[in-house]
Design a protein around this ligand. Structure first.
Ligand code: AN7
Length: 375
């Protein structure tokens, strides 16, 4: 049957029933791509057992980021309640997803974005889908505070990840990985901003590990996935942040977060406790990477593996590679990295400082010289 989005796919595992109006853009079902070139080089360098690295390419969701997984749930549940409007604060991707799903549901989306700090691709999406874009003189954390305040004063549903339905949708990323690999990976590496996604993945992995056991609160031993591979395994969760916006490394909110990875320019993550629990229960850790490091990884992934992700997304692979080199992630491991958003979201950052476009005369001699000179 035609794929109809993650609510239909995982209906048995999501808080929906026959009366829930499903608002979907056929999100989910994204590719899990194995990185052959980079892992080959890493093995040669470290000399140990080769690792396997898979990237979950969430940029191939309908609005170009993982946010669509949570948004299909949040907007469907808002529609079930009869909501006419939704609201969110955003560093760009949540606003793009909110705008698109609101359009589909016939609702108004109000999006609060930090002035001058979201890339043009994401802003274009919010505008194109007809959202009311409120650019605030403040950062994401200010926007988040205001959204919580205004939701008490006006009939608008919050669709940030403090809305529990968001995490329910986002947990399906873990389901898809287990299905693709036949089991959970050893390590799951993920960028952390507002900390919703790491929390959602951990819920997903935990549910699958409890699968077909009496202790599973969802299925009570009547697993809807009896034909699927079963697992008791959960991965070690590793959350990476940008160094200028790394509250989990500081152990406290960061007042004025700063990073070129604007998607994760967040100082006061809302899902703090859930994210900490994921790290502690899984025996994982948080770490940080610099802007230079994450941009280098974004470029490496694009030039050596053909996968174009946005700067914030590259943080997962960037940290993973560093931890593999350091032996913290041991040889022989299977590692999944969530690439949260598409590179086309922020073309300006991707090409900044790169003089790789050459202008030549429109004649054969010039074009031939330019080609032959590089072979
Ligand atoms: C590409 O759009 O918070 O830790 O407002 O866009 O779940 O917040 C975006 C977050 C990683 C961090 N990668 O995920 C927003 C927003 C990309 C992102 C994150 C975001 P969370």
């Amino acid at each position: 049957m035609r794929y109809q989005g993650l609510i239909e796919r995982y209906r048995d595992r999501l808080p929906v029933d026959d009366t829930t109006p499903v608002v979907s853009l056929c999100e989910g079902d994204t590719p899990l791509i194995e990185l052959h070139n980079l892992t080959g080089e890493l093995a040669a360098e470290t000399g140990g057992d080769p690792v396997r690295i898979f990237v979950k390419y969430e940029g191939l969701n309908p609005t170009g980021s993982f946010k669509d997984r949570g948004m299909t749930m949040a907007v469907s549940k808002a529609a079930e309640k009869g909501a006419k409007a939704i609201v969110c604060a955003s560093t760009g991707n949540t606003s793009a997803a909110a705008a698109a799903y609101a359009a589909r549901a016939g609702m108004t989306a109000f999006v609060l974005i930090p002035e001058g700090k979201i890339p043009m691709g994401k802003l274009a999406q919010a505008i194109a889908h007809g959202a009311v874009v409120l650019q605030i003189r403040g950062n994401f954390d200010d926007g988040m505070r205001l959204v919580k305040e205004v939701a008490g004063e006006a009939p608008v549903e919050i669709v940030n990840s403090i809305n529990p339905y968001r995490l329910q949708g986002q947990k399906t990323g873990a389901f898809e990985i287990i299905e693709a690999l036949g089991d959970a990976p050893d390590y799951h590496c993920i960028p952390v901003g507002n900390a919703g996604n790491i929390s959602g993945y951990w819920i997903g992995y935990s549910e699958m590990a409890g699968c077909n056991t009496a202790s599973c609160t969802l299925c009570n031993g009547e697993c809807p996935y009896l034909e699927q591979p079963k697992t008791r395994k959960r991965p070690v969760m590793v959350g990476y942040q940008a160094a200028g916006a790394a509250p989990f490394m500081r152990g406290a909110p960061v007042e004025a977060p700063e990073t070129l990875a604007t998607a994760i320019r967040i100082g006061n993550p809302q899902s703090w406790d859930l994210a900490r629990a994921a790290i502690e229960e899984s025996g994982g850790w948080f770490d940080e990477v610099t802007d230079d490091e994450l941009l280098a990884t974004q470029s490496l992934l694009a030039t050596r593996e053909g996968v174009f992700c946005e700067p914030a997304s590259a943080v997962s692979l960037c940290g993973a590679v560093r931890d593999i080199r350091a032996g913290r992630i041991p040889g022989g491991s299977t590692i999944t990295c969530t690439l949260t958003g598409h590179g086309l979201k922020d073309t300006a950052t991707a090409i900044a400082g790169r003089e790789t476009v050459e202008t030549v005369d429109a004649d054969l001699a010039s074009v031939k010289a330019a080609i032959v000179g590089r072979l």
